[in-house]
Design a protein around this ligand. Structure first.
Ligand code: FAD
Ligand code: SF4
Length: 331
């Protein structure tokens, strides 16, 4: 048994003050990741600051025509919200591709973005792991790494970020709103999750006593078609082997706006900016898309058992973009 404290503050300022006053404290939202990691002995918070009932559970249209999603909005409520389904259908698709109905009823927007990697060594306290215990090594590189990263990794860590929701949000140009002892700040979500470099123990740019309070979306591009597609080992209740959030508009038969983000390839949702630039102004043919993806993936550093992810990612993007560009395909 590991003793820990539990408290449920009434407002955001009190939650931040508690986190700042207790360096070993962690925020508890739906608990679907944190409590599992506590049972495994991976997380050992001295105090849980329960934020699940803070008034951060609203989804609101912004004056700019976008959407503001509170940090404690449950995944189920997010996927079912009329404004999400109407304006950001790929967001609903991504949420519904994750976990199970029961988990989505408990899991929150902020918690989903901040869930930890599913790397087997990270979850097994009998094994070394640089992310869990800095300086102990990365057994995944020579061990089980089929599901781990091919882009943005380092010699110190090759873990992937497991969220589906985050991938869709990155393709939608989301920003994340944080509040902490020094006030509020916003971050582009695409830069919120850190690449491991030589400090893989830090997953994100979140400060020690900061909370995610909301995620904000700009309006979607007019006339955009979009999709979230997840490849996984079984059709439900499985994390992605590779996933893609894609959004496309055409002008005179050529790519006008394209946004591509991959999941399960990297320590963060991977926005494919090189491929996007190569596609702009081009016809959306399989050959053109394939070349753009080859340019994007040229920087990959796969390990022996996960090089297949490069072929998978390229084929997934070609198939989905060709379908989005086809006016006969109804979505
Ligand atoms: C069996 C299983 C299958 C799953 N499959 C998928 C899947 O296919 N796709 C997918 O995307 N996810 C999947 N998940 C993960 C699930 O979506 C996450 O566990 C969930 O989204 C986490 O949200 P939560 O509110 O429960 O977070 P918690 O478990 O409460 O917290 C997670 C972390 O975030 C921190 N935190 C939470 N909220 C905040 C905040 N507002 N500010 C600062 N810190 C915060 C906590 O301190 C903790 O470190 C699966 C989980 C399980 C158990
Ligand atoms: S990939 Fe990262 S999380 Fe997995 S064992 Fe290596 S250091 Fe740990």
């Amino acid at each position: 048994m590991m003793p820990f404290g539990y408290t449920r503050p009434a407002d955001v300022a009190s939650a931040v003050a508690l986190l700042a006053a207790h360096p070993g404290a962690l925020a508890l939202a739906g608990g679907t990741n944190l409590v599992d990691l506590m049972k495994l002995g991976v997380e050992r918070p001295a105090l849980l600051v329960d934020i699940a009932r803070l008034p951060l559970d609203r989804i609101e249209a912004t004056p700019a025509g976008g959407l503001r999603i509170g940090a404690t909005v449950r995944n189920s409520d997010l996927a079912a919200h009329p404004l999400v389904r109407e304006r950001y259908p790929l967001l609903a698709e991504a949420v519904l591709a994750g976990a199970s109905g029961q988990l989505r009823n408990a899991a929150t927007t902020g918690g989903n973005l901040l869930q930890r990697t599913r790397c087997l060594y990270f979850q097994d306290v009998s094994k070394p792991c640089n992310k869990r215990r800095p300086g102990t090594g990365c057994p995944a590189r020579t061990g089980v790494h089929r599901d781990l990263g091919v882009l943005g990794t380092s010699e110190h860590c090759v873990a992937t970020h497991p969220s589906d929701l985050a991938v869709a949000l990155v393709a939608l140009d989301a920003t994340v709103r944080l509040t902490g002892p020094d006030g509020d700040r916003t971050f582009p979500l695409a830069a919120f999750h850190r690449l491991p470099g030589d400090s893989p123990e830090r997953d994100t740019e979140l400060g020690p006593a900061e909370l995610v309070t909301a995620v904000e979306l700009p309006p979607p591009p007019a006339g955009a078609r979009s999709v979230y597609r997840k490849v996984r080992d079984r059709a439900s209740f499985a994390f992605a082997t590779c996933s893609l959030a894609a959004l496309l508009t055409l002008r005179d038969g050529r790519v006008d706006t394209v946004r591509l983000a991959f999941g399960a390839l990297a320590p963060r949702p991977w926005r494919a900016l090189t491929a996007e630039a190569a596609l702009h102004g081009q016809p959306a043919t399989p050959e053109v898309i394939g070349r753009a993806l080859a340019a994007e993936l040229a920087a990959a550093r796969p390990l022996p058992d996960n090089a297949f992810k490069l072929t998978l990612a390229r084929r997934l993007a070609v198939r989905e973009l060709v379908r989005l560009a086809d006016p006969q395909e109804h979505r």
